[in-house]
Write a protein that binds this ligand. Structure first.
Ligand code: G1P
Length: 297
C-alpha cells in the first residue's frame, strides 16, 4: 500500500441513510441516492468525484432498504457475461469502469434517523485518524475540476477543517449551515462561527455550507456528545462549531454550480445542466428545451 502523509485526505464518508421523503413515491422502495441525473445514479457521481480527488477508502453510512447501492458497486455478473457474449464492450465498460478497487468500500448502518451529525458519527471507527471528507450525494456539483478535488487542493495549503460554501438568497438561510466570517468575499473565508439553519433575520451571513467537507477526526469527540440541535437532530454543523479556535477552519468558494438533488427543482435543473454539458447530448437537449420554451406564456 502507498505510504501517505497524515495530511492527505484518503477517506470519504458518504451519508446515504436518508428516506428521501421529498421524492415519494419514487423513493418508496428505492434508495434516493439511486435517482439518476441523465443516466447515472447520484451515488455514482459522488464516488467518482471522490476517486478524482484521490480518495482511497469509502465509508457509506446506509440504512434499511438501501441494498441497490451495494449492488451498484458490485460486479453484475450475469449482465456483464451477457454483454460480453454479445460483444457490447462499451456497455461492459459503463458498468465496471467506475468501481473502486475491491475492498475499498465499507458499509455501516445508521439505525435511526437522528441527523447528519449522527450519520457521520456512525463512521467513526472507519474514518481513520487523519482528515477525512464528507460528501452528501444529494448535492451535485457541475464543475470543470471536480468539487472535492478543489477542496483537497485548498486543504493541502490550509490544513484543519474546510467546508464547501456558496452564497444563497437571504430568504433561504434556514435551509443551510451558515458561516460567520470576517472576510466573507474571500475565496477561502475564515470560519469564526457556524449556525445551522438560522432564520433570514438571524443569519450572520448568506454564505452557506454545501454537502462537501474536509474534517479533522476531533469532530468525532464533539459528535459523540450526541447533543441535539436544529430540528431536534444531531447536527454536523454544531459539532464542527466546537472545533473553531482549536484548529484552522475555512470555507472554500468552489468553482462550479451546485444542484440540490434532494428537491425536485434542483434535480430537474441538474438533469438539464448535465445533459447540456455532455457533448453527445447537447444538441438534442437544446432542441427539447426550445420545443418546451416555445410553448411557454
Ligand atoms: C445539511 C447540513 C447543512 C448544509 C446542507 C447542505 O442539511 O445540515 O448544514 O448546509 O446539508 O446541503 P440538510 O440538507 O441535510 O437539511
Amino acid at each position: 500500500m502507498a505510504t501517505t502523509s497524515t495530511h492527505q485526505v484518503r477517506t470519504a464518508v458518504l451519508p446515504v441513510a436518508g428516506f428521501g421523503t421529498r421524492f415519494l413515491p419514487a423513493t418508496k422502495a428505492m434508495a434516493k441516492e439511486m435517482l439518476t441525473v441523465v443516466d447515472k445514479p447520484l451515488i455514482q457521481y459522488a464516488v467518482e468525484e471522490a476517486l478524482a480527488a484521490g480518495i482511497e477508502r469509502f465509508v457509506l453510512v446506509t440504512g434499511r432498504g438501501k441494498q441497490a447501492i451495494e449492488d451498484h458497486f458490485d460486479l453484475a455478473y450475469e449482465l456483464t457475461a451477457t454483454l460480453k457474449a454479445r460483444g457490447k464492450d462499451a456497455a461492459v465498460a459503463e458498468i465496471t469502469d467506475f468501481l473502486p478497487p475491491p475492498g475499498a468500500i465499507h458499509y455501516v448502518r445508521q439505525r435511526e434517523a437522528l441527523g447528519l451529525g449522527h450519520a457521520v458519527w456512525c463512521a467513526r471507527e472507519l474514518a481513520g485518524d487523519g482528515p477525512f471528507a464528507v460528501i452528501s450525494p444529494d448535492d451535485l456539483v457541475l464543475a470543470e475540476t471536480p468539487c472535492l478535488k478543489q477542496m483537497v487542493e485548498a486543504h493541502a495549503a490550509l490544513g484543519g477543517n474546510l467546508v464547501g460554501v456558496m452564497d444563497v438568497p437571504r430568504e433561504q438561510t434556514d435551509r443551510y449551515g451558515i458561516l460567520s466570517t470576517p472576510n466573507e468575499s474571500d475565496r477561502t473565508p475564515t470560519v469564526e462561527g457556524l449556525v445551522e439553519k438560522p432564520t433570514p433575520a438571524e443569519a450572520p451571513s448568506t454564505l452557506s455550507i454545501i454537502g462537501r467537507y474536509i474534517l479533522m477526526p476531533e469532530v468525532f469527540e464533539a459528535l459523540g456528545q450526541h447533543e441535539r440541535g436544529a430540528g431536534n437532530e444531531i447536527q454536523l454543523t454544531d459539532a464542527m462549531a466546537k472545533l473553531i479556535g482549536r484548529q484552522p477552519f475555512h470555507g472554500l468558494r468552489f468553482e462550479g454550480e451546485r444542484f440540490d438533488c434532494g428537491t425536485k427543482d434542483g434535480w430537474l435543473s441538474a438533469n438539464i445542466a448535465f445533459s447540456l454539458a455532455d457533448p453527445d447530448r447537447r444538441a438534442a437537449t437544446e432542441a427539447t428545451l426550445r420545443r418546451f420554451a416555445a410553448n411557454l406564456d
